[in-house]
Design a protein around this ligand. Structure first.
Ligand code: PLP
Length: 229
């Protein structure tokens, strides 16, 4: 938004980004209603999530269990959908499922095993590692099908699709194009796993034009994150 008269508030940033998302969707001949925007509130206090709820927003993303569980408890009066988007230790899987209904960062067989062993229904995105570093979060592309098959075998896990973070120094459109190649393989096996969780503050327009269904947007809406505690 170029209007210099507008105050820079959570509400003004939220409305500007949501308008921009709708514009980008229409520019890509897509229906804005087919895109879910998750506001990533990591490091911010629960009060910011309460403000977002008052603005009518319902999808929240958090990446650290300790922080997310505390905020969820503080906000138990609010109807919101909690998305877990960060690296998830297997021993936290059960606890995360107590508040998160969607996990975007499933990336290995042992984690699928833990999610299978807990009782709650959970929607699952498989995170793809688009870097050459196997130590980064995400399943390596050549292991994708094995992990997908493991999720498909579990009745209370719903495989929604793929999640990716574009590598920092890469062209996001190129990264997202790789995700689309992998999506074609996945959908051949799991025809309903068509969702794509990709696009952050710096690259959501490209993600929308590449077919993203779930954007994970932090700083463009929340402003700068406070330092980690
Ligand atoms: C923090 C985070 C985001 C949001 O990043 P911004 O650049 O602030 O929009 C998205 N996805 C993941 C996995 C994150 O950890």
């Amino acid at each position: 938004m170029m209007d210099g008269e507008k105050p820079d508030t959570l509400e003004s940033r939220y409305r500007a980004v949501m308008d921009d998302i709708a514009d980008a969707a229409r520019a890509a001949s897509r229906n804005p209603a087919d895109i879910t925007t998750i506001v990533v509130t990591k490091f911010h206090p629960a009060s910011l999530i309460r403000q977002l709820h008052a603005l009518g927003h319902r999808d929240i993303g958090e990446n650290r269990h300790q922080e997310a569980v505390a905020k969820h408890e503080e906000l138990s009066d609010l109807d919101m959908t909690w998305h877990f988007i960060g690296q998830l230790q297997s021993n936290k899987a059960r606890a995360v499922c107590e508040y998160a209904s969607v996990i975007h960062s499933v990336d290995r067989m042992s984690l699928v095993g833990k999610l299978a062993a807990q009782p709650r229904p959970v929607d699952v995105f498989l995170e793809i590692n688009l870097t050459d570093d196997p130590g980064r979060g995400g399943v390596l592309p050549d292991q994708l099908m094995e992990v997908a098959d493991a999720v498909l075998e579990v009745d209370h896990l719903t495989l929604r699709g793929l999640m990716a973070v574009a590598p920092q120094h890469d062209d996001p459109a190129r990264a997202f194009a790789r995700v689309l190649d992998l999506q074609a393989l996945l959908v051949a096996r799991a025809p309903t796993a068509t969702d794509l969780s990709m696009g952050m503050s710096g690259d959501y327009r490209e993600a929308i034009s590449c077919g993203a269904t779930h954007l994970r947007i932090g700083t463009a809406i929340t402003g700068k994150r406070p330092p980690a505690v």
